[in-house]
Design a protein around this ligand. Structure first.
Ligand SMILES: [Zn+2]
Length: 67
């Protein structure tokens, strides 16, 4: 589902638009301050931090086969 992640560049308000089409200028209006200076991103795609304990031991830099 196309969800656009919008961020107002004036007041920093973050909101999203759910439209089945391209965004128009009317959609890119901050609901908080009414500014049209809104940045458009893509929402619901990138998940940064993962859950679960990351107890994976990192391999230390030892004397390996180098050359
Ligand atoms: Zn705003």
């Amino acid at each position: 589902m196309p969800t656009y992640d919008l961020t107002c560049k004036d007041c920093g308000e973050k909101f999203d638009r759910f439209v089945m089409r391209l965004l128009r200028d009317d959609d890119k209006i901050c609901p908080k301050c009414g500014s049209v200076n809104v940045g458009v991103g893509f929402g619901g795609g990138i998940l940064g931090t993962g859950s679960g304990s990351d107890s994976r031991g990192s391999r230390t830099c030892g004397p390996g086969a180098f050359g």
